[in-house]
Ligand binder design. Structure first.
Ligand SMILES: Cc1cc2nc3c(=O)[nH]c(=O)nc-3n(C[C@H](O)[C@H](O)[C@H](O)COP(=O)(O)OP(=O)(O)OC[C@H]3O[C@@H](n4cnc5c(N)ncnc54)[C@H](O)[C@@H]3O)c2cc1C
Length: 498
């Protein structure tokens, strides 16, 4: 099949990928490859909003300070400063594309508050900010004459020539395997939550970008800093549905099954302490009382206010007959966000020439050991924009070094292997880790990779390839955690010195 050539190639259609595509299209032709339907992404599920110091009572300096505190001393200061200074302009740009955000009666943006922020600075659209932003971005890319989108195009390998990335190989539904060459390739494949049993991430979050980067030798770091969202719905009939931080920001309180507001026992900032602190406190409380979950109580608010501020949560919980204006919401922590990833500089450049990364797959240094709430959509926006401006465009020869395409195996084997991995990661590499648990997880992941390799090849299917990618990404989490001998931010090993 004929290879395709463009100035820019984008892998992924969340906020990072589509921002890059729109910005880069000012300078050249762009092809976007995305493995499911265009809107399927973590971006589409984001509820709370985007952090930006846009009010008179706020400043980039204060946003910077909060971000550095959350990152527990491991942030890259230069990257953080760049991020927070660019934030107001990034919001303006989204508005110029047609994204709607909630406003006060005087027309100013309505700003929410989330854990770790010392000011109201969360720009949002109800409790479905990600959906609104993704809607506006999709409309803009679809109408752009220089952007071509392939849906159901699963990128299986990156192409290199003499150490430089020159594009990607993808399996496209209905078309088969095809090579795409470009002067600059943007990796915007999002997160890897599906390595855990419970995750807020949708099914596309399978760490593909991490595995693709490892295969070409790009630097991957900080994967041990896995963020667990403290409050996801605990219910047998519904997948880990996120109950936004904004519910606690609006005065929601955490209670154990006896009704006690237990955060008093753990942190003076109570429910608005940083996420890792709240998640660990919930886990400790559940262990102490031997319960399956704790409860989030927003019943002090009038029903009409809850329905207005949190329509998605309201409607979702109605489907399981939970009336949150009267009843407490059962919640547990679940995997939510990967702070680490493919290392980039301020222009999204990875350690491989020609390969850029942005969004959740990347490690720009802004999150350090822990991400401040609502800084990730912002990071995806800001760094994919600078990457689009910095990346080269122009002629590229459609030539690459030979590649070995990854092997697909039978889906039934893939399902079994993935379940084993998820169990291992949940039991041994969760919120609280131990030396023995990490060593055990490492051994089990090696065995699962061997198990995968021992199966005969099967016709192409995405599930097995995603499982293989998850195994490789999970190894980076386990090995990063084993190397980190100090408890910091999201990494907590009970065998490390206090
Ligand atoms: C429930 C939930 C709520 C959240 N709330 C907030 C919030 O309020 N504020 C905030 O700042 N952040 C929030 N986040 C985090 C934030 O949404 C993500 O970090 C951000 O959207 C990541 O954007 P992205 O473009 O990097 O990746 P994504 O939006 O996940 O997009 C990744 C894209 O890559 C594609 N892809 C992956 N692998 C391949 C492959 N092999 N080939 C082709 N395509 C591929 C996917 O299909 C997808 O289109 C939330 C996340 C979740 C899950």
């Amino acid at each position: 099949m004929e290879p395709q050539i463009s100035d820019f190639l984008v892998v992924g259609s969340g906020l990072a990928g589509l921002t890059f595509a729109l910005r880069a299209a000012n300078r050249g032709d762009v092809i976007v490859l995305t493995k499911a339907e265009i809107q399927e992404s973590n971006t589409n599920w984001a509820q709370g909003g985007i952090a930006a110091a846009v009010s008179d009572a706020d400043s980039w300096e204060l946003h910077e300070e909060d971000t550095l505190i959350a990152g527990a001393g491991l942030c890259d200061r230069e990257a953080v400063r760049f991020l927070v200074k660019e934030a107001p302009a990034a919001i303006e740009w989204l508005i110029s594309l047609g994204a709607r955000f909630d406003k006060e009666s005087d027309g100013d943006l309505a700003l929410g508050r989330e854990g770790g922020h010392n000011r109201n600075r969360i720009v949002h659209f109800q409790d479905r900010t990600g959906w609104e932003v993704e809607r506006a971005m999709i409309a803009a890319v679809r109408s752009h004459p220089r952007i071509q989108i392939y849906e159901h195009a699963f990128v299986t390998s990156l192409l290199t020539k003499d150490g430089t990335c020159v594009g990607a190989s993808a399996r496209i539904e209905g078309l088969g395997q095809r090579k795409f060459f470009a002067r600059s390739t943007m990796l915007a494949t999002g997160g890897c939550g599906k390595m855990y049993q419970h995750s807020t991430n949708p099914s596309v979050a399978t760490g593909d970008g991490i595995a693709l980067s490892l295969q070409v030798g790009a630097r991957v770091e900080n994967m041990e800093f896995m963020q667990f969202h403290p409050t996801t719905l605990y219910h047998p009939q519904m997948r880990s549905f996120l109950i936004s931080e904004a519910v606690r920001g609006a005065g929601g309180t955490l209670r154990n099954h006896l009704g006690r507001r237990f955060m008093y026992d753990y942190d003076p900032r109570l429910e608005l302490a940083p996420r890792d602190v709240v998640a660990r406190s919930i886990e400790a409380e559940m262990k102490k009382l031997e319960t399956w979950c704790v409860y989030l109580d927003i019943s002090h608010k009038p029903a009409a206010d809850i329905q207005h501020e949190f329509p998605t949560i309201w409607e979702r919980l109605r489907t399981i007959d939970l009336e949150i204006e009267k009843e407490w919401i059962p919640v547990v922590p679940a995997q939510h966000y990967s702070c680490g990833g493919v290392v980039t500089d301020l222009r999204g450049q990875t350690s491989i020439p020609g390969l850029f990364a942005a969004g959740e797959v990347s490690c720009t240094g802004v999150h350090g050991a822990n991400r401040l709430a609502s800084n990730s959509l912002l990071e995806a926006l800001v760094f994919s924009s600078t990457a689009a401006d910095a990346s080269e465009c122009g002629e590229v020869e459609p030539v690459c070094d030979p590649i070995a395409e990854p092997k697909s195996i039978a889906e039934s084997d893939s399902i079994r292997i993935r379940r084993s991995m998820q169990k291992t990661m949940t039991n041994e590499v969760g919120i609280v880790r131990t030396n023995d648990g990490l060593a055990k997880a490492d051994r089990q992941l090696v065995q699962l990779l061997e198990d995968y390799d021992s199966h005969a090849p099967s016709p192409f299917s995405t599930h097995p390839l995603e499982t293989h990618n998850l195994l490789l990404a999970a190894q980076t989490v386990v090995r990063g955690a084993a190397r980190r001998k100090v408890n910091i931010g999201l990494h907590f090993n009970s065998d490390n010195p206090a």
